[in-house]
Design a protein around this ligand. Structure first.
Ligand SMILES: NC(=O)c1ccc[n+]([C@@H]2O[C@H](COP(=O)([O-])OP(=O)(O)OC[C@H]3O[C@@H](n4cnc5c(N)ncnc54)[C@H](O)[C@@H]3O)[C@@H](O)[C@H]2O)c1
Length: 447
C-alpha cells in the first residue's frame, strides 16, 4: 500500500489552488492536505470547502512550528517576502519543502535559505513551472544537443500585457519590500530559464528601469481623478476589475477583506507602489555568454521572444500567449454560464486565446545553422496553464521525477541563482553600476 504524504500549505491564496486541487485530484493517492497556515481565516475556510470532506487543521503563521510536527512536507504559496523564513523553519524541523518562486527576495533571504539548506537533511524543491512547458524544454534540448554550438549571446524579451502585467500593480506585489519588484517576482522565472537553457551560472548584472506606465505619474494614466480601488472605476475603464462577479475572486479576496484588510484591487495608478514596469538588463555568464533582457509590464500583447546565438547558428523561440487586450477584458470576469473567469488577471494566459488580428497565437521554435536554411522544430502543444508546464511539474512534485534527462526539477541553487540576478538588478538600479553575483550567492557553483 502506498502511504500518502501529509502536506501543509502555507499561504492559502490563489496559487495554492493548483497544489490543493492536485492533492485531492490526480495525485490524491500519494498526497493529502492536512493543514493550512495563513493569516486569514476566511481564505482557509474557502479551501476547507474545496477539499471537503477532508478537514485540514488551521494554523496562524505564529504556530508554524506546531504545524510542522504534523506534516511530512509543506507547500509554500505565501507572499514572496515570507518564503525565506518559512523555508528555513521547515528545513530546520526536517520537513521537506516545495516552494513557489521566488525562493526569496533579497540578499538576507539568500543567506537564510543557504544556511538552512546546508544544515538540513530535508529536501527543498523550487517550482519553476516554465521549465516544464514543452516549448521551453524543446529549446533546452536544441541547445544541449549542440545544434547551434556553444552559446555566445542571448537576446530575451518578455512582454506582460495590460491585463496580466497590470495585476502586479494592484496588490502586495506593488511594494518591493513584499515582492522584490518584478526583477525578482517575475523575472526569477526568466533568469532561471536562461541559467537552465545555457546550463551556466550568472556572474555580472547591470540594469536600467523604472515605473514608467503605471503609478500616479505613469504615462498610461488616463486624465482625471480616479478612485483608489479598481472596483469603483467606470466599467469602460480598461483597468476596472469586478471581483464580485467571479465566485473564486469573491470568496478568496472580497469576502476575506473583513479579516485583514488585504485589498486585491487597488488602482494601478494609485500612489504607494515602488516597483518597475520597464526593465533592461545585461547579464554575463561564467561560460562567456552574455544576455540582453527586457521586461515590459504594459504591452498590448503577451508573450516572449528569445534569440540564442551560438558558434554554429541561431535558435529563435517566439511565443504569443495573448494576442491582444480589449477594453473590458480584465473587468469581464464571468465566462459563459457565469462559472469560469473569462480572463483571470493574475494568470499567465493559456491556450484559450484564439488568433485575433495578424499576430498568431501559439509558439514557434526555429533553428538555423550557418550556411543552411531555417528549420522549424515541432513543439508539442501543452495543455493548461504556463504552456502545459503546471501539469507536468505537479507530477514531478508529488511523485518525483521519474525520468529527467533535461534536469527540469529545480533545487535550491537554481532558486538562489535566479533570485540573485533579480536582487543584483535591484542593486544596480540603485547604484547605477554592475553587480557581481558572487557577492550574493556564497554557494558552490557546481550543481
Ligand atoms: N509559478 C507561478 O507561475 C506562480 C503564479 C502565481 C503565484 N505564484 C507565487 O505564489 C505565491 C502566492 O501568490 P498568490 O497569487 O497566491 O498570492 P495571494 O495573495 O493570492 O495569496 C497569498 C496568501 O498568503 C497569505 N499570507 C500572508 N502572509 C502570510 C504569512 N506570513 N504566512 C502564511 N500565509 C500568509 C495571505 O493571506 C494569502 O492567503 C507567491 O510567492 C507567488 O510568487 C507563482
Amino acid at each position: 500500500m502506498v502511504l500518502r504524504r501529509r502536506y501543509g500549505v502555507v499561504g492559502t491564496g490563489s496559487r495554492a489552488g493548483m497544489y490543493v486541487d492536485a492533492m485531492v485530484g490526480e495525485h490524491a493517492d500519494v498526497a493529502v492536505p492536512v493543514a493550512w497556515c495563513d493569516t486569514n481565516e476566511s481564505r482557509m475556510a474557502a479551501y476547507d470547502e474545496r477539499v471537503h470532506p477532508l478537514t485540514p487543521r488551521h494554523y496562524h503563521p505564529d504556530e508554524l512550528d506546531r504545524m510542522l510536527t504534523e506534516v511530512d512536507a509543506v507547500v509554500v504559496t505565501s507572499p514572496d517576502h515570507t518564503h525565506a523564513q518559512v523555508v528555513a523553519t521547515a528545513l530546520d524541523a526536517g520537513v521537506d519543502v516545495v516552494c513557489e518562486k521566488p525562493l526569496t527576495i533579497d540578499a538576507e533571504g539568500l543567506r537564510v535559505v543557504h544556511d538552512a539548506v546546508t544544515a538540513s537533511p530535508a529536501r527543498l524543491t523550487v517550482t519553476f513551472n516554465y521549465r516544464y512547458s514543452p516549448r521551453n524544454s524543446a529549446l533546452r534540448r536544441v541547445i544541449a544537443g549542440g545544434e547551434i554550438g556553444d552559446v555566445l549571446s542571448v537576446h530575451f524579451e518578455w512582454l506582460l500585457d495590460t491585463v496580466h502585467g497590470a495585476d502586479y500593480f494592484r496588490r502586495w506585489h506593488r511594494a518591493k519590500r513584499n515582492s522584490g519588484g518584478l526583477a525578482v517576482h517575475k523575472a526569477t522565472h526568466h533568469f532561471d530559464l536562461v541559467n537552465w537553457w545555457l546550463d551556466d551560472v550568472p556572474e555580472t548584472v547591470t540594469a536600467l528601469g523604472g515605473m514608467r506606465f503605471y503609478g500616479p505619474r505613469g504615462t498610461g494614466r488616463p486624465a482625471g481623478a480616479r478612485p483608489p480601488l479598481a472596483r469603483d472605476l467606470a466599467e469602460d475603464d480598461p483597468f476596472h476589475l469586478d471581483m464580485a462577479g467571479d465566485d473564486r475572486m469573491r470568496r478568496l479576496y472580497l469576502e476575506a477583506e473583513r479579516d485583514d484588510g488585504y485589498l486585491r484591487d487597488q488602482d494601478v495608478f494609485a500612489p504607494g507602489g515602488d516597483i518597475e514596469d520597464t526593465l533592461s538588463v545585461l547579464v554575463g555568464y561564467r561560460g562567456g555568454a552574455s544576455m540582453s533582457y527586457s521586461l515590459t509590464a504594459h504591452s498590448p500583447w503577451e508573450g516572449y521572444r528569445v534569440g540564442v546565438n551560438g558558434t554554429r547558428g541561431r535558435a529563435e523561440l517566439e511565443v504569443v500567449e495573448r494576442s491582444h487586450v480589449a477594453v473590458g477584458d480584465a473587468a469581464r470576469l464571468l465566462g459563459p454560464g457565469g462559472k469560469r473567469p473569462a480572463v483571470d488577471p493574475s494568470v499567465t494566459p493559456g491556450t484559450v486565446d484564439g488568433t485575433v488580428g495578424t499576430r498568431p497565437h501559439g509558439s514557434r521554435l526555429v533553428v538555423q545553422r550557418h550556411w543552411d536554411v531555417a528549420r522549424e522544430i515541432p513543439v508539442p502543444a501543452g495543455e493548461g496553464a504556463h504552456g502545459g508546464g503546471d501539469a507536468i511539474l505537479l507530477r514531478d512534485v508529488f511523485r518525483g521525477p521519474a525520468d529527467d534527462p533535461l534536469r527540469r526539477q529545480a533545487g535550491h541553487l537554481d532558486g538562489m541563482y535566479s533570485v540573485a540576478v533579480g536582487v543584483a538588478v535591484n542593486t544596480s538600479l540603485r547604484t547605477g553600476g554592475p553587480v557581481r553575483i558572487a557577492e550574493l550567492v556564497a554557494a558552490p557553483a557546481d550543481r
